[in-house]
Design a protein around this ligand. Sequence first.
Ligand SMILES: [Zn+2]
Length: 296
Amino acid sequence: MVNQNGNSGMGGKRTEAGARLITVVLDGLRYQGATQWLGYVEHLVESGHAARYKVISELPSLSRPLYEVLLTGTPACENGITSNQVVRLSGEESIFHLAKNAGLITAAAAYHWVSELYNKAPFNPLRDRHQHDEQLPIMHGSFYFEDHYPDSHLFADAEFLRQTYNPDFLYVHSMNIDDAGHRFGGGSKEYEGSVRIVDSILALAVPQWIAAGYTIIITADHGMTVSGQHGGTTPEEREVALYGIGQPFEPGVYEEPIPQLAIAPLMAGLLDFAPSPRMKPTPIIPGLHVPAFGSV
Ligand SMILES: [Zn+2]
């Protein structure tokens, strides 16, 4: 399945293997929650079809600062997105900017803070829920603004964007796991259940994405404590999973933690363009076959 490469005949402009990427960010999913409850995704690992890494999040382990870390590869002390209350456009070059400059089609189904960082700030729900403008970094956007907006609907939004606009880079960002963690605690059956629901959605979506020729990565911004918190330095807050599915990844479990700042340049490599000059030099990521990385 590593290179189905099916060129699904959808009529899009680009069907080359290796230049199309779907990134899934499961907000608030700690590493152990991923490895214990994402049964379908772990099946891909167990059966030799996916790589799993452990990522240590940047600090503070908060959502908006870590969206910026994931998408720009820069730390909060440099990019200035130091808290959830910093509501403005990013001053950095994001993966969306770089992909657009490379002539790729970008799309996102994501929480409205992602729109505020890269398209428009502040977010106006009556204006900004759906955005289609190829001059913006996120050319096709579906942005939700309630933390309890169902993940089932969010993934359906993402599929609509994918099937309608055939993006080269699709960013899918869910919020129900984080929401359940805050409401009921990270040790609650509600938190666990929200993870299992997302897994069942991924079990339907991922095979379609593979068949359409996408490389897929699945990760989280930060984790969650049993008491329903994040923002600090504990392993429950900082340790998240990174799954890699597709030809660039040698399947397996890689125990050596990798820094979260490596994910943006990883996405650049998977999309076959250079990282921004502001992105940090990345360590060798084991099991990754991306020429730009020079990795093993
Ligand atoms: Zn949260």
